[in-house]
Design a protein around this ligand. Structure first.
Ligand code: 13P
Ligand code: SF4
Length: 382
């Protein structure tokens, strides 16, 4: 696997052999288009909703992480999948595409701080502690898509699955069906998505949830706490969505008459409790598209998407649920210079920045991903 756990700036030069075009180059758009035209059907460009407008302009499809995982698998004829998103999404695309297809991440430093909060040795330590506490036989591990391939493989090996913010409820219902009434779920790495889904969608109580802190001995939990829990939440969070506060919700409600608060489930439980609607990026987009003209919305998700929605719907009053700018800095690493650099290299026959998961990890991570793709019902796909 490439490009994990390295300093982004020191890696920048290593990642881009040859020259990265300067952002000031006035021909970047024309160069990107020319490269895309030259590659034709050999290339399929995927763009996550949090990408910059300048990159989204070249995406063949856009989507949230669930939709993009399915879309990647749906173009077996494309030789190159250029993934404009972050590392864990490109890994999933590699797992779901055929071995002769190459997945390319235009900047290898486009990681995800949340995914980095759960490392395989830490998860194996947690599992050992659960074996010691005598509960491992009733624990089903579920990992959010925002995790490395080796964590997904851990879930595949141990009877668990992957979920995204679009299907977390269905995935948890599936998990709680796996081992009878005593089933517990180990949910990684986003404690907020896990708690919000367990409490607000499955009806568990906050007391049913405990938080495993990988930086404390035994996760900071006693064997009794583990036994009594139903949901063991990994202590991870998104550094973007974790910034929204319940106080800002109160301020906006006081200043914008009739405002609807619409947030992503990676926000804290306190923020989600105060929101009117909660859902994945696809859900957020569909909600705004269906909203009546003149309605007011404050949206708690990544700023590129909120700005794009505001521009696309000038008849609606759309604001960002924060006082300060809050781009996802790693999503933003994929910019036009990196896109042009990757595409022009492909045209020249240099296949750069390939994301390749090793076969053993791919096998088990693929099983966990397939369990997600096989989940029943409409909510698995919304
Ligand atoms: P989605 O699952 O909505 O695509 O979100 C991915 C992500 O990175 C959210 O921070
Ligand atoms: Fe990771 Fe948060 Fe960025 Fe999504 S928005 S890629 S979870 S850091």
């Amino acid at each position: 696997m490439l490009g994990r756990g390295v300093d982004p700036d020191s890696e920048r030069g290593v990642d881009c052999p040859g020259s990265l075009p300067p952002a000031s180059d006035p021909d970047l758009v024309a160069r990107a288009q020319a490269a895309k035209d030259a590659l034709g059907d050999r290339v399929f460009v995927l763009g996550h909703h949090y990408q910059r407008d300048e990159v989204i302009a070249f995406a063949d499809v856009t989507g949230d992480s669930f939709k993009l995982a399915k879309d990647a698998a749906g173009r077996p004829d494309a030789e190159f999948i250029v993934f404009c998103g972050v590392h864990f999404m490109a890994e999933s695309a590699d797992i779901l595409t055929s071995p002769n297809q190459k997945v390319i991440l235009p900047d290898l430093a486009a990681g995800c701080s949340m995914a980095d909060m759960a490392r395989l040795p830490q998860v194996e330590d947690a599992w050992d502690a659960m074996v010691e506490a005598g509960i491992a036989d009733s624990v089903v591990p579920v990992t959010y898509m925002n995790s490395s391939a080796d964590i997904k493989a851990f879930c595949g090996r141990n009877g668990g699955a992957v979920c995204t913010s679009s299907n977390a409820k269905t995935a948890l219902e599936w998990a709680y069906d796996q081992k009878g009434p005593d089933t517990k779920v180990l949910f990684m790495p986003d404690q907020h998505l896990g708690r919000n889904t367990a409490v607000l969608q499955l009806g568990l109580s906050l007391e049913d949830c405990v938080v495993w802190n990988p930086h404390l001995p035994s996760g900071g939990l006693t064997a009794a706490q583990l036994h009594e829990s139903k949901m063991i939440l990994w202590k991870g969070h998104c550094s973007v969505h974790g910034r929204f506060s319940p106080e800002v919700v109160d301020t906006l409600r006081a200043t914008i008459p009739g405002v609807n608060i619409l947030v992503h489930p990676e926000c804290t439980h306190e923020v989600v409790l105060k929101a009117d609607l909660v859902g994945s990026t696809e859900f957020i987009i569909k909600t705004i598209e269906a909203a009546p003209a003149g309605s007011s919305w404050a949206i708690g998700t990544e700023l590129n998407l909120v700005q794009r929605l505001a521009n696309a719907h000038p008849d609606k009053n759309i604001s960002f649920l924060d006082k300060t700018v809050c781009y996802c800095s790693t999503m933003n690493r994929i910019d036009l210079p990196h896109f042009v650099w990757a595409m022009e290299n492909l045209v020249a026959g240099n296949v750069v920045n390939v994301i390749e998961v090793d076969p053993e990890t791919e096998k088990w991570a693929g099983i966990a991903l397939q369990r997600m793709l096989d989940l029943p019902g409409k909510s698995a796909r919304d």
